[in-house]
Design a protein around this ligand. Sequence first.
Ligand SMILES: NC(=O)c1ccc[n+]([C@@H]2O[C@H](COP(=O)([O-])OP(=O)(O)OC[C@H]3O[C@@H](n4cnc5c(N)ncnc54)[C@H](OP(=O)(O)O)[C@@H]3O)[C@@H](O)[C@H]2O)c1
Length: 239
Amino acid sequence: MSKSVLITGANKSIGYETARRLGEAGYRVWLGARDAARGQAAAEALSALGHDVRFLQLAVDDDASVQAAADRVTREDGKLDALINNAAIPGSYAEPINETLADIRHVYDVNVFGPIAVTKAFLPLLQAAGSANVVNVSSGLGSLSLMADQSYLFYGANLLGYNSSKAALNGVTISLAKALAPLGIRVNSANPGYVKTDFNGHRGHRSVEEAAEIIVRLATAGADGPTGGFFDDEGVLAW
Ligand SMILES: NC(=O)c1ccc[n+]([C@@H]2O[C@H](COP(=O)([O-])OP(=O)(O)OC[C@H]3O[C@@H](n4cnc5c(N)ncnc54)[C@H](OP(=O)(O)O)[C@@H]3O)[C@@H](O)[C@H]2O)c1
């Protein structure tokens, strides 16, 4: 039986490239997307390359959608070898004092509670795989150490909701890594770097191919792979 992976927010950008890479590596890919037309089109494009890719409707901030997605994978596969919590939103890009509480709550719903909800719903499937990886796609902007360091290249990128949501996601990584280690499930955070995508109006300087590298590496790690860590493609990052 081939290995399987679920990637949330995989209809475009970093998630899509990660899906392509894992499809190429022989994984069955559950391509998560909140929008059926966009998700279906992306899955068809990857299937046309000869990969085993299935569109899975999944809005990470909608509990019913998350549960329906887990139910479908349970019925059709019965296990999941890797989960990549990739879907996220930047929020309004307003100055911290102008970012509304409603916007910040929405950012947390997608970027923090979404990955928690998806991981919990798919836990029985990850456990059934015997050995599994969860990759939380975080950001350098979620590193408290880097964001407090005036010499950090992105020190001035001060997004209240987004940055703190990724710091919270890193906390989720540490907590779940400890809780799930006895079940053979590794949990890590990945920083893809500043990537040219719709997320930032294509201002990033890295390609989606470069961004996918660390995500793929963590998602495909074996039982001797790391857990409870924060990595980019050059190594370990400070929390
Ligand atoms: N780009 C960067 O420079 C950068 C840097 C550091 C970290 N990251 C992280 O990398 C990940 C991917 O970013 P990206 O640049 O590829 O972003 P992107 O181009 O904006 O793509 C985001 C994906 O998430 C999906 N999504 C948004 N809200 C969702 C929801 N509620 N439920 C399910 N899916 C949802 C989007 O779906 P729709 O197409 O339907 O909107 C899209 O597929 C994110 O976690 C981001 O925080 C990005």
